[in-house]
Design a protein around this ligand. Structure first.
Ligand code: NAD
Length: 310
């Protein structure tokens, strides 16, 4: 029987990317359903009811959504992080969850440099700024985004360190960064530290005073990873204690933290007005098409690569 694939994007893909995703679904002989820019959970609960598979972005797939999905076998997060899917609940219902790792890595990496240059040039205030060349950059985790950052950093003439206990030091070296032995060493040696860890039980709230205090004078923390990894109370403490520390983020902090930043530390912080990391035409297309192809591969050939809740 023909499958129904739902593309549910509260924050839609570009029209071109959406159309290409729909084309792949239709080419496989499946029915494509598109739910875009919806408000509240209701429309998703309704649309997912008869879907065999769903492609989502930051859309929340929790127990309630899974319960509403009577035929669902597979949900694919078009992107890297999948903390918006209740993976255990999905597994309990026999629903496989996948992500599309690496597809938006270059988009995020370019944003890292966009923000670094913007800050180094005093937010384009007309005054003398600084350059990135010759500076040290520490990559906290060494996955797909970090590799793309390391590649670009070479062109900028930066010295790149990386810390990732799950990646072999030789692999880090091969990708153009110098592996360091501990997370503390990374923060001590890097004028810029760029976060690329996933939000896990271990990493949540893990970036706080202990690490940030180690940054050298003028240290800059860059967060294009996840809000949850930052200990916001301690970040504000470090800001209050050290007038030299700066923060760049693609992820808005909580309203309370944002209010304090605006009042006291605005000049030293830049936060994108909306999460922008993966928001490029190219990344939309890459991640959306990968998701659609993974769904076809799963149903037609039993392909299980990229399942994150085995
Ligand atoms: P990835 O899965 O390729 O890499 C993650 C890396 O983190 C892995 O190499 C893993 O070994 C490492 N890691 C896990 N736990 C660690 C720990 N405790 N200490 C050090 N390293 C650890 O993921 P990615 O595609 O590179 O994405 C990285 C982060 O960026 C994720 O948090 C993802 O959600 C986020 N992201 C954000 C955007 C955005 O729009 N801003 C877009 C894509 C990805």
């Amino acid at each position: 029987m023909s499958k129904t694939v739902l593309l549910a994007t509260e924050k839609p893909f570009s029209a071109a990317a959406r159309d290409e995703v729909v084309a792949i679904i239709k080419q496989a002989g499946y029915t494509a359903k598109v739910l875009e820019s919806y408000k509240g959970k209701g429309p998703l609960l309704e649309a997912i009811a008869d879907a065999d598979a769903a492609i989502i972005r930051s859309d929340i797939v929790d127990q309630e959504v899974l319960d509403a999905a009577k035929n669902l076998k597979l949900v694919v997060r078009a992107g890297a992080g999948y903390d918006n899917i209740d993976c255990a609940a999905a597994k309990a219902k026999g629903v496989a969850a996948m992500n599309t790792p690496g597809q938006n890595a270059n988009a995020v990496a370019e944003l890292v440099f966009g923000m670094m240059v913007y800050l180094a040039r005093g937010k384009f205030n007309g005054k003398t700024g600084g350059e990135l060349r010759g500076k040290t950059l520490g990559l906290h985790a060494f996955g797909a985004v970090s590799r793309a950052v390391a590649t670009i950093a070479k062109g900028f003439g930066m010295t790149v360190f990386a810390y990732d206990p799950f990646v072999k030091p030789e692999a880090i070296k091969e990708a153009g960064a110098e592996p360091v032995g501990s997370v503390e060493e990374l923060y001590k040696r890097s004028q810029y530290v760029s976060l690329h860890i996933p939000a896990t039980a271990e990493t949540k709230n893990s970036i706080g005073k202990k690490l940030l205090s180690l940054l050298p004078k003028g240290g800059v923390l860059i967060n294009t990873a996840r809000k949850e990894v930052i200990n916001e109370a301690e970040l504000l403490e470090v800001f209050a204690e050290r007038a030299d520390i700066k923060y760049l983020s693609d992820i808005a902090p909580s309203d309370a933290t944002a209010a304090v930043i605006k009042e006291k530390f605005d000049a030293r912080v830049y936060v994108t007005p909306q999460k922008m990391g993966a928001q490029t035409e190219e990344a939309n297309v890459n991640a959306g098409l990968a998701a659609a192809r993974q769904i076809v591969g799963f149903f037609e050939r039993g392909e299980k690569n990229f399942i994150v809740n085995p």
